[in-house]
Design a protein. Structure first.
Length: 264
């Protein structure tokens, strides 16, 4: 723990601040308002996406890269990889995110979610062959994804305009800032990986994630850009508000997991 804080001093300061002032913060700072999130979703496209012309150009660039490189590789991956191996690889990478889920649950004062994240990581790592088998879900501990973009939104920070980022895809100033914080500031199991192995693992993670999205392409309709934008905004609002009062059309009735947009 001391090593983690020495490598991530900002994280240590944030945790200390939360532990010392958690009750006061909960009284003085209002978490995200579901009604406000709903109004944001219903706002005109000109307000949500003021840079649409530029975003469409970036979307076209990303689509070209995907069509010519990433999607063919992902299709080949799906063809040669047995289903149970593919699921195991996805489980393994998902298990690594539980550390992020744990940290951001603490930042949002969600004690139960923090315990679930810690339990999932422990069960899946110890009993699930390092995370290849999702035994935690079998023990009725479903994943509760949390990231720093959600943390900022939970404490009332506006998302800002919709952005389409090169290579990274849909985002917003708040969510991109959260992505950078999760990647650079917060502790991660990736810190233990050494080069060049970490680059091979990252490449495998990207291909596996893209392969998992191929079946979801059948759900896309109308203008692809608009569909992706609306789906992303709905998904982010759903996550930030823990599903409260938001009717997520992609959520499963059985386990409340998103059908196709977990990786947006």
């Amino acid at each position: 723990m001391r090593d983690i804080f020495s490598r991530h001093p900002v994280l240590g300061a944030l945790i200390a601040l939360l532990l010392l002032t958690g009750n006061a913060a909960a009284q003085t700072v209002q978490p995200a308002d579901p009604e406000m999130a709903t109004q944001k979703l219903n706002a005109p496209a000109s307000e949500v996406d003021p840079y649409e012309d530029w975003n469409r150009k970036v979307y076209g660039f990303n689509e070209t890269i995907d069509n010519w490189f990433l999607r063919p590789v992902a299709q080949g991956y799906r063809t040669i990889t047995p289903g149970f191996v593919d699921r195991g690889i996805t489980n393994f990478f998902n298990n690594l995110t539980e550390i992020r889920n744990f940290a951001n649950s603490i930042f949002q004062l969600k004690g139960e979610s923090a315990v679930v994240a810690a339990g999932r990581f422990t069960y899946n790592t110890v009993f699930g062959l390092g995370g290849f088998i999702d035994v935690a879900t079998m023990f009725e501990l479903p994943e509760r994804p949390e990231d720093f973009g959600q943390t900022l939104g939970y404490w009332g920070m506006e998302s800002g305009p919709y952005l389409m980022l090169p290579f990274l895809g849909p985002s917003s100033p708040r969510d991109f800032g959260g992505f950078v914080s999760d990647t650079v500031l917060l502790p991660s199991a990736w810190d233990l990986a050494e080069s060049p192995d970490v680059y091979y693992a990252r490449a495998l993670q990207i291909v596996d994630r893209r392969a998992d999205l191929i079946p979801a392409e059948a759900f896309m309709s109308g203008d692809d850009y608009t569909f992706v934008r609306n789906a992303y905004l709905q998904r982010r609002a759903y996550l930030i508000n823990d599903g409260r009062t938001l009717n997520d059309p992609f959520a499963s009735d059985d386990d409340d997991e998103d059908l196709m947009l977990d990786d947006f």
